[in-house]
Write a protein that binds this ligand. Structure first.
Ligand code: TRP
Length: 327
């Protein structure tokens, strides 16, 4: 094993096929690293504190999405953040040594406050300010040395390393390793309207979609706007459907692109092929999802087991931290 991984996702809604690429990467990492994957419900609460039912419901949905993608509870620890109180204790203890200015200058902080402010939501809370520190605690409490994340999370990783360094320096003990990010080479999948795929734009294809839902979404995909009639020559370079063919239909994408340029395949036909390919791609995932959703006791068991193992690992770290901090 190369080392230990922690990564997490906030249970804020249905996962889409952009997340699926992230999860497929986690699935591979399971064989190379000792992995802990966290459903970080406290992080979700920093923005969704006024919608607790939504958070609760999404924990199980997220677990189903993870298992259906192939995250394997026999290889990895799957845990819910709020079930392992050590995350909170480390967050509290680390807060004693965290300069306020470090939190205030994390680039996502003011951005997010502004963004959500525009939507009429005030998240200028203590909890939200502490978001990066809670994330640092998630990682450090396992002494994880590797964290697979998207580029948007790099400032948080840098912050985590700064906290680790400060702790080790203050107490003159190498308690925490400095965790490194691994950025996966994940294809950037646009939403059906060509913007970033996101729940808030409602432009996504959910991981748990059947053929009918996939067809409906693919029908709405943005194609070459200059192509009016079906026999007009098209430009695949600007077409979302084409981008998807590249990922989900690699053996035919070239041919389809050529026939599009000649104007000999229409968008309707091209979309129909893509919808079938996508449905095929998602079908084993849907099968695994159905298997697990018919066994709710199994889901409870997985979370309980995972949290127990996580408690054992994290308690060891906390013993050390309490000791050096005199509590
Ligand atoms: N902030 C991360 C995100 O949105 C979620 C997260 C919380 C996380 N704790 C983590 C990711 C620890 C990696 C490691 O997407």
């Amino acid at each position: 094993m190369k080392g230990r991984i922690f990564s997490g996702m906030r249970p804020t809604g249905r996962l889409h096929i952009g997340h699926l690429s992230v999860l497929e990467n986690w699935v591979k990492l399971q064989d190379e690293y000792e992995c802990v994957f966290g459903i970080v419900d406290w992080h979700a609460l920093t923005t969704a504190f006024d919608n607790p039912e939504e958070v609760r419901k999404n924990i199980k949905e997220m677990l189903l999405d993870w298992l259906s993608a192939g995250i394997d509870p026999n290889k990895s620890i799957i845990m819910v953040q709020s079930h392992v109180k050590q995350h909170a204790e480390l967050h509290l203890l680390l807060s004693m040594i965290t300069p306020l200015s470090w939190l205030e200058r994390v680039p996502t902080y003011k951005d997010q406050i502004q963004q959500l402010g525009k939507q009429g939501k005030d998240i200028s809370t203590y909890g939200f300010l502490g978001y990066p520190l809670l994330m640092a605690a998630d990682i450090l409490v396992y002494k994880a040395d590797t964290v697979p994340v998207g580029e948007d999370q790099l400032p948080h990783l840098e912050f985590t390393r700064e906290i680790a360094r400060r702790f080790n320096y203050l107490y003159q003990k190498e308690v925490f390793p400095e965790p490194q990010a691994i950025l996966s080479k994940i294809p950037l999948l646009p939403g059906i309207d060509k913007r970033k795929m996101s729940k808030s734009y409602d432009n996504y294809i959910a991981m748990a979609s059947d053929l009918a839902e996939i067809q409906a979404k693919v029908r709405l995909m943005v194609t070459d706007p200059n192509r009016i009639k079906k026999n007009d020559p098209g430009n695949p370079e600007v077409c979302v459907v084409h981008t998807y063919h590249q990922i989900y239909n690699p053996t035919e994408v070239e041919d389809i692109g050529e026939t599009c340029k000649k104007g000999s395949i229409g968008c309707v036909a091209c979309k129909k092929i893509l919808a079938e390919k996508l449905a095929n791609y998602l079908s084993p995932i849907m099968e695994r999802r159905n298997y697990y959703s018919e066994r709710p006791e199994l889901l409870d068991e997985i979370l309980e087991e995972g949290s127990k193992k996580a408690q054992v690992l994290t308690e060891k770290t906390l013993e050390e931290v309490r000791d050096v901090m005199g509590v």
